[in-house]
Design a protein around this ligand. Structure first.
Ligand SMILES: C[S@@+](CC[C@H](N)C(=O)[O-])C[C@H]1O[C@@H](n2cnc3c(N)ncnc32)[C@H](O)[C@@H]1O
Length: 286
């Protein structure tokens, strides 16, 4: 039984691999889990019994679309983040595992410093993964969630509602910090901003190019959004607060340089991701 399902999966995976899809076996397993509403282990334990003709036909349809390099998350309409299922559509960026590192670091900071009723600002919310994760992992916190895209706000609101976080999040359509009032202060200012340089766009894999360009591109060096964060975020930071944002794999030194001449910053740490690339910047102003 197990051999039969293994061969079925590897035959399908071969098709995707030939089209340039990485980790094709994992994707076939993900599709089957989605169609069968089960865990990976269930596929190998019971797969052949539950793999009906209807499921096989639906799998083939998904594979057909995936062969064009349409992102699997858009085809399935969902993406997993911090152990939770989020809805996604081509109107929002597909969340990436690297952003979990930003959330983990932010949560640890609040817990280690025993900050109660943490106030969190999320700049550029997309599907809402950062805002919703903060709202659910930090019981007493309040989140203000900003995005310039109305469609992103709608998607994030849907996710927050379905995951039970909507009462803790205030959504505002905003060009960066424009909708933040001068007297507001936050313990955490978080962002996964666009950080790809315009000239890099052509070489991106088709799956990444399927993300809205407003989620990806940030000027000639990819750092335009970071410049706005460095310029505007400090004025909204509470005492002992932290600014955390995601950066590109080689942007750490550049961001450190950008902060050196700004006397408002007291410390900067660049954290590496699981591939040992620059990924998260943490800044303090006191
Ligand atoms: C890289 S995506 C991150 C989405 C989400 N936070 C995540 O981690 O998956 C960047 C987000 O910033 C938003 N954005 C781009 N320019 C913006 C601006 N000027 N003001 C506010 N949000 C902006 C985009 O609409 C997009 O949702």
């Amino acid at each position: 039984m197990t051999e039969r399902i293994q061969k079925f999966i590897s035959d399908k995976a071969r098709l995707l691999t030939a089209a340039g899809v990485e980790r094709a076996t994992g994707e076939i397993e993900t599709i089957l889990c989605h169609l069968l509403d089960c865990e990976r282990l269930d596929i190998y334990l019971h797969g052949w019994e539950i793999l009906t003709n209807d499921v096989k036909q639906r799998l083939d349809k998904i594979i057909e679309r995936r062969l064009t390099r349409e992102p699997l998350q858009y085809i399935l309409g969902e993406s997993w983040f911090y152990g939770r299922r989020f809805r996604v559509s081509p109107a929002v960026m597909v969340p990436t595992p690297e952003t979990e590192l930003l959330c983990e670091t932010a949560i640890r900071y609040i817990q280690q410093h025993s900050i109660e009723h943490a106030r969190v600002l999320d700049v550029g919310i997309g599907s809402g993964v950062i805002s919703v994760t903060m709202a659910l992992e930090l019981p007493e916190c309040r989140v203000v969630a900003l995005d310039i895209s109305e469609e992103a706000i709608e998607m994030a609101r849907t996710n927050a509602t379905e995951l039970g976080a909507v009462d803790k999040i205030e959504f505002r359509q905003s060009d960066f910090f424009a909708a933040v009032k001068p007297n507001e202060r936050y313990d955490l200012i978080l962002s996964n901003p666009p950080y790809i340089a315009n000239w890099e766009y052509g070489a991106l894999p088709p799956e990444v190019k399927a993300d809205p360009t407003i989620s990806l591109l940030s000027g000639d060096d990819g750092l335009d959004a970071v410049r706005v964060i460095l310029r505007d975020a400090p004025q909204f930071l509470a005492p002992s607060g932290r600014i955390l944002f995601e950066i590109g794999y080689d942007q750490g030194d550049k961001v450190v340089k950008m902060t050196e001449t700004d006397e408002r910053f007291r410390s900067i740490v660049v954290m590496k991701d699981y591939n040992d690339w620059d990924r998260v910047v943490m800044l303090s102003c006191d």
